[in-house]
Design a protein around this ligand. Structure first.
Ligand code: RIB
Ligand code: CA
Length: 309
């Protein structure tokens, strides 16, 4: 099957790092480039992490461009799941030798969309600042975007593990609103499904069997990530971003429900929340395909296979 042309916008971040590994190693993905945004850490950290990760996994030829230093319309509130460096647990990753692309991420994304032979899938696993800016600045390039698959949002309240807001949307809700109201084909892979792909002892047991340099660094990332998640939420490490990327590799991993999704910009305790209208009570039709279930076992089997092969 022809690989899907993908531009990946991310804020590495442990789970972003694993999404990068999967995007690089999957034959189903043609990774055209990586753009970086602030979120899990400041832009200088997320950028440095991306370069280290790509170099370490043998993807130093993948071009990387740094993007926005802060959200479109508010101060940066940093994520708390990855430690100050944004990638705690792997201090031994060598300092990168690869140079950043000189373009700002928005220009970088626009350049690759213009140059693409066919419409490109944008995968976003961080706050949507770069993507929102791109759509504002270059609306004509929407014709070169096949679809947007983003990790973000939380619609249902099935378990106590789902907070009213999810970080990527909360961090830059104005950008999120631009993206979900863009008229493009948008799929939101939110906490409703990502909190069902959690790394705990059974998954660690499988990961320990992948005794390669790549397998070992992923294990180190997840040991830190799981420990911090457990301390914060009492559960293991949810593989949010890898699931969003996996849903591009194999769309059958998830099911979706169409809805009009709104981003709350005025709530006191719900600011940044995504509110889905599954019954079309607002009469605003659909703007998002909301991921509503996931085949967790097949997702983890895909992850192990991509790390092993
Ligand atoms: O809420 C989860 C999201 O926030 C993930 O993308 C994680 O990397 C953090 O950015
Ligand atoms: Ca992320």
């Amino acid at each position: 099957m022809k690989p899907v042309p993908v531009l990946l916008d991310c804020d590495p971040g442990h789970d972003d790092a694993i999404a990068l590994v999967m995007a690089h190693r999957s034959p189903a993905i043609d990774l055209l480039g990586v753009s970086i945004v602030c979120g899990n850490a400041t832009l200088d950290r997320t950028t440095d992490n991306a370069l280290r990760i790509l170099e370490f996994i043998g993807a130093k030829d993948v071009r990387v461009a740094a993007g926005c230093l802060s959200p479109l319309a508010r101060e940066l509130v940093l994520g708390t799941a990855d430690g100050p460096s944004g990638l705690e647990g792997s201090p031994y990753l060598p300092k990168p030798k690869t140079r950043l692309d000189p373009l700002h991420a928005v220009e970088f994304l626009a350049h690759h969309l213009r140059a693409a032979a066919e419409p490109v899938t944008l995968v976003a696993t961080g706050p949507l600042t770069n993507i929102g800016f791109l759509l504002l600045k270059y609306p004509s390039l929407k014709s070169k975007i096949a679809r947007i698959v983003l990790m973000g949002g939380a619609m249902y309240r099935r378990t106590e593990y789902i907070t009213p807001t999810e970080f990527n949307i909360f961090c830059d809700p104005e950008a999120a609103r631009i993206v979900i109201n863009s008229g493009l084909d948008v799929t939101m892979v939110g906490l409703d499904v990502t909190m069902h792909v959690i790394v705990e002892e059974p998954q660690f047991a499988q990961l320990r069997k992948i005794d390669t340099p790549l397998g070992r660094v992923v294990l180190d990332w997840l040991k830190f990530y799981e420990k911090l998640h457990r301390g914060q939420m009492g559960v293991g490490g949810a593989l949010h971003d890898p699931l969003a990327l996996a849903a591009v590799i194999d769309p059958t991993l998830i099911t979706t429900r169409d809805a009009h999704v709104a981003v709350d910009l005025t709530g006191t305790f719900t600011f940044g929340a995504t509110v889905a209208d599954f019954w079309n009570e607002r009469q605003l039709g659909t703007n998002v395909h909301v991921a509503s279930s996931v085949d967790s076992e097949r997702f983890f089997n895909m992850l192990y296979a991509l790390l092993r092969d």
